[in-house]
Design a protein around this ligand. Structure first.
Ligand code: ADP
Length: 720
């Protein structure tokens, strides 16, 4: 009897395709294979096998079984679940899962080894080479250099068979963590939490814990203990630590390395392909036991995942907005369930979703007390910009400048936080009023002075700043409106010419290493004033940082999406939490035009719980997450009439279902992007409704014209 293999391909196809299993190939579910699709051969994964019924038309055969590790069944189950939840094709999450498997292997390097044979004749140069070769495995060129001889001497010994050339993998393997090393002595509150987490990990089985404690309370130390317990309880157990920003990985890796005397594997978009391949294989084979990574690490083929930690769980960076759309924190919980693993969600400002689950008893809730040691939370003051505004064309108010001066005089550091990249968010012609926009896109161009360009942060379009208005032709008429970090840096330099000022934003930090260098400079006290976007507001620990100035605390409250208040609170609490983490007391000044706003009042009082209770009540009344579900459908097309007609047809086709409301179609706030018009539907459903199934059913009822793109976004974070 011959068999049929269902092969899932890493593409946006509705389902797995059937192929015939060639005689003797002996496939198993999870195997990686090469399978033909049209004229191409693609890497795919076997997701099912069944006996051929016979009589059907012949199927194309699987071309080859690949010599790569298979995907574990739990990984396949997770991929399937994620696709169904996101109302997307399973090939999409599979593509993420195969990113490491498809990366090229590192090229092996030549090293020279003694064979044991004695040289026919001995010379001082030859002796030096043999001595060096006995000590270390080096390439022929390095060996000659180490011995201080010419390359010909080494070659002669190789030709004679005294030395042999061997090919070796140069990437370091995964050192085993040293679990006997003790961690720091924990304080009582930490020790109690660590004990409970270690017990949960040892007991095996799925469980979720919210580890809730102010910034600096020592959450990382606590979860390191849970990691140690997981690895010690089972010699095959693996741990995944997820972080919201690449900029944070280096610091966390350093802490893991110090704790276990072995570097964990690193996984994010900056990791070079050969290293990615090695991590993928290490994870699939079980040799790699700790992975620290960004959200896509969740799709790695773990052999035996025992513990997942989602640090800064509230962070909106966990939401992937492009390509395969998913919320990594939520999927981490799903993965934990499938793997039978413990999940720890750590935050000083947990998301309302997680808090709700903790309140309802679905998650365990561990609270850490005060900051570790003598460190205290900073004093938070509101600077009312209506009363003490900065001078015209300036952004730092007199009270903030005064505080900066005092901080500098004490030899301490200031962080100026402004969540806006570039120099100015808007460039306007003072002659004709024209606002510089990206072509075919409803978004302003942001001025970047370092690069001298105007950049669209939405599409990536950029152009040199013109010297006359492209609209009216007036010369030197373009003015920069509003501040970005580069402009605040300019102001700080002008105010304090002797201070060492630096900028930390995704434009100035090109990769993880560069970010690490800046963080180290800050830790080492080589910077007096750091102007930073949210990239620096999270997670870091700067001993000499005692003043945080929030340049525009109202920024996140504008635009009014569902999470505006919550997000602003989280971000500002994180930013202000950077101050005074050690023995020096910290201060935070928030510049605001709305000091009476509940978010500002909560930040001032440092009363998280009151603020969250009020937010929670509002969401409950309106049935919004976490009390209800939201989904968005975004349609885009170049032809406005066609888009309009399809959006109307789609509205007609919406299934009637109890507990579901469909709003729209409406023009998206960003109604034009890259020449495509955009329309949106918003769907609200009660918690007990399977919103993914509803949207899948809706989509099945319509067939968009080829020129119209439809995107479904479950639990949207962006309402643009
Ligand atoms: P969080 O993750 O809650 O922000 P961290 O774990 O980073 O807090 O701890 C803040 C600082 O306090 C770090 O420098 C950490 O090394 C230190 N720390 C925390 N707990 C202890 C402890 N028990 N002993 C010594 N140092 C600690």
């Amino acid at each position: 009897m011959s068999r049929i293999a269902s092969v899932l391909l890493p593409m946006r196809l509705p389902e797995a395709f059937d192929y015939a299993e060639p005689e003797g190939m002996d496939l198993a579910v999870g195997d990686q294979v090469a399978a033909p699709l049209g004229p191409r051969l693609l890497r795919g994964v076997v997701v099912g096998l069944r006996e051929a019924a016979g009589g059907n038309r012949p199927l194309k055969p699987v071309e080859a079984k690949l010599d790569d590790l298979p995907l574990p069944l739990t990984t396949l189950e997770f991929i399937d679940w994620a696709a169904r939840y996101s109302v997307d094709a399973p090939g999409q999450p599979l593509a993420i899962a195969l990113r490491g498997a498809r990366a090229p292997k590192a090229k092996p390097e030549k090293v020279v080894e003694p064979t044991g044979a004695a040289p026919a004749r001995s010379t001082p140069a030859r002796e030096k080479v043999l001595a060096a070769a006995a000590g270390a495995r080096l390439s022929p060129a390095d060996l000659a250099r180490a011995a201080g001889v010419s390359a010909g001497v080494v070659k002669g010994l190789i030709d004679e068979g005294v030395l042999a050339v061997r090919l070796v993998e140069t990437l370091p393997q995964f050192p085993a963590p040293d679990l006997a090393r003790p961690g720091p002595a924990l304080n009582d509150s930490q020790a109690a939490a660590a004990e409970i987490l270690a017990d949960a990990v040892r007991a095996r089985g799925f469980n979720v814990t919210l580890l809730d404690g102010v910034t600096g309370s020592g959450k990382t130390e606590v979860y390191l203990e849970a990691v140690a317990a997981a690895l010690a309880a089972d010699p095959e157990a693996q741990v995944l630590v997820m972080l919201p920003e690449i900029a944070l990985t280096q610091a966390v890796i350093a802490r893991f390395t110090a704790r276990f005397d072995a570097a964990p594997a690193e996984w994010h978009s900056d990791v070079a392909p050969p290293a990615r391949r090695r991590v993928w294989e290490g994870v699939a084979s079980g040799r790699c036991r700790i992975v620290v990574g960004a959200r896509s690490a969740l799709f790695l083929p773990f052999k035996k995942l025992a513990l997942i930690i989602v640090d800064e769980e509230h962070d909106t960076s966990y939401k992937q907005e492009e390509g395969f759309i998913y919320q990594a924190r939520d999927l981490a919980v799903v993965r934990g369930k499938i793997e039978g693993a413990s999940v720890i969600l750590a935050s000083a400002t947990p998301s309302l979703e997680t808090l709700r689950n903790a309140e309802a008893g679905r998650y365990r809730w561990l609270k850490l007390g005060a900051r570790h040691g003598v460190a205290e939370l900073p004093d938070v003051e509101l600077v009312d910009l209506r009363e003490t505004p900065p001078e015209t064309g300036r952004w730092l108010s007199p009270p903030l400048v005064r505080a900066m001066r005092e901080t500098l005089a004490r030899g301490e550091q200031t962080l100026l936080f402004l969540n806006r990249r570039g120099y100015a968010p808007l460039v306007l012609c003072k002659a004709c009023g024209e606002r510089m926009c990206a072509p075919d896109t409803d978004s302003w161009l942001v001025e970047h002075r370092y690069s001298g360009r105007l950049v669209c942060h939405l599409t990536g379009f950029s152009m040199p700043k013109p010297d006359k208005c492209p609209h009216c032709g007036a010369k030197d008429s373009l003015v920069s409106i509003g501040p970005g970090v580069e402009r605040v840096e300019e102001e700080a330099r002008a105010l304090f010419p002797d201070a060492r000022v630096a900028v930390f934003s995704s434009d100035t930090m090109f990769d993880a290493r560069e970010a690490r260098r800046l963080v180290e400079a800050m830790e080492g006290g080589e910077i007096d004033i750091l102007v930073a976007t949210q990239a620096a507001a999270k997670g870091h620990n700067f001993p000499m940082l005692t003043l945080v100035g929030v340049v525009d605390a109202d920024l996140g409250l504008r635009g009014g999406d569902l999470r505006a208040g919550e997000r602003t609170y989280q971000l500002l609490a994180q930013a202000t939490g950077r101050a005074g983490r050690h023995d020096r007391p910290g201060r935070a000044l928030l510049q605001t035009y709305a000091p009476e706003h509940p978010v500002m009042q909560a930040l001032k009082a440092q009363d998280r719980d009151d603020f969250l209770a009020a937010e929670m009540a509002e969401r409950e009344i309106s049935g919004l997450p976490p009390f209800g579900r939201l989904g968005a459908v975004i349609l885009s097309g170049e032809d406005p009439a066609q888009l309009e007609a399809f959006a109307r047809a789609m509205a007609q086709a919406a299934p009637n279902a109890e507990g579901v409301e469909v709003y729209g179609p409406a023009d998206a706030p960003l109604a034009l992007v890259r020449g495509r018009r955009r329309k949106r539907f918003l769907v609200r459903a009660d918690r007990n409704v399977d919103l993914s199934a509803y949207l899948a059913a809706w989509r099945a009822r319509v067939k968009p014209p080829a020129a119209i793109r439809m995107t479904i976004d479950i639990d949207p974070y962006s309402f643009l």
